[in-house]
Design a protein around this ligand. Structure first.
Ligand code: MG
Length: 351
């Protein structure tokens, strides 16, 4: 490892994984095993004494962009990490770090948006902290949100439904729960958040009306749990769909086959990615979920997701298998490629 921290080490891919494992976890001692879902499991949230607990620092640049802003992102980011455990967020904190010189107008716009997003998601912001640092110490404004949640009222029923079809040992929707035969569902278009930010920020000038997909997914998650049969869930943020599928595959120790044509990619995203030579599967999303579900319930769950405003373009994209290792993309004409965890991030500072 080089002697200075690089951007890619915070990008959600392979390099960040190595940084966390080699330079962070070892200093936190045996406590990394504490709790029902411990830090060592590196899931979306921890679970300790029935409290679901997650934190996220938001460093997006610029702080206002098509489809959202730092405020909506800061709320959705943490609510989503708690929701995908099978939990309901009951409170958030807000930690502000502001660069001296930020206009009051922009500050207020972000905070207002944060309040509105939290209100719409039905999650109160109950504690916070405000710091101002000298110009140049950070760029504009950063927000940390921490959330606490408790078991969703639908989680027990969801697990009962899984157990009608197969054994299930977990109490939560862990990345490690997927088994042979389970179906993978993606709730909608990918890469809109990263591409919206990148095209706006860098001013590439390509015709794009793409907006960020930022949204709290808590009500969508509750709807799917109410149907039952969801074994794993994850929000495909940094590292995109590629990272999420590899996390499922690594932690569950199963192969995952994905039908490439089934992945919903809007035309504007596809052409932007082609032009820039980047893979939409590696780009971050902020209002999507990837679910592993028992196959007997897959169609019913998909139908329910499609009824939700965030799930109109949802698709069954693949399944878990023991015929391959890792994640493999297949095309209808017989093409195959291995999909790896991204090394770094093609679009930095998006969350
Ligand atoms: Mg997550």
């Amino acid at each position: 490892m080089a002697d200075k921290i690089k951007l890619a080490q915070g990008a959600g891919g392979e390099m960040m994984d190595i940084l966390i494992k080699q330079k962070i976890l070892k200093y936190f001692g045996k406590d990394i095993q504490k709790g029902e879902v411990s830090l060592s499991m590196l899931d979306d949230s921890a679970v300790i004494d029935d409290i679901v607990f997650s934190t996220d620092s938001h460093t997006v640049q610029p702080i206002v962009f098509p489809g959202g802003d730092l405020g909506s992102l800061a709320v959705a980011g943490t609510v989503n990490d708690i929701s995908v455990m099978g939990a309901t967020t009951f409170a958030l904190s807000a930690g502000f770090i502001i660069e001296e010189g930020l206009s009051i107008k922009n500050f207020e716009r972000i905070v207002k948006s944060m309040g509105e997003t939290a209100n719409n998601a039905n999650v109160p912001i109950v504690t916070g902290d405000t710091k101002v640092v000298e110009k140049g110490a950070i760029q504009e404004f950063m927000i940390n949100t921490t959330g606490i949640g408790k078991k969703s009222k639908y989680l027990e029923g969801n697990i009962k439904e899984i157990k009608r079809y197969r054994k299930f040992k977990s109490n939560w929707l862990l990345d490690s729960n997927i088994e042979l035969g389970d179906i993978i569902i993606l709730s909608g278009n990918i890469a809109e958040h990263g591409i919206a930010l990148m095209s706006f920020r860098e001013g590439y000038g390509f015709e794009t009306k793409i907006k960020s997909d930022i949204a709290p997914v808590n009500s969508l998650m509750e709807k799917t749990l109410a149907i039952g049969g969801v074994v794993s869930a994850k929000d495909p943020t940094r590292g995109g769909l590629a990272n999420t599928l590899n996390e499922f595959s690594d932690k569950s120790k199963v192969g995952i086959v994905i039908e490439e044509e089934k992945i919903p990619i809007p035309n504007g995203v596809r052409s932007a990615c082609d032009m820039l030579g980047i893979d939409p599967l590696e780009i971050g999303n902020e209002g999507k979920v990837v679910l592993g579900v028992v196959k007997e319930k897959a169609d019913e769950i998909l139908k329910e997701i499609k009824k939700h405003s965030l799930g109109k373009n949802a698709e069954i994209i693949g399944h878990a298998t023991n015929k391959i290792k890792g994640v493999v993309l297949e095309t209808t004409i017989g093409g195959r490629r291995n999909l790896h965890k991204p090394i770094g991030d093609p679009v930095p500072r998006i969350c």
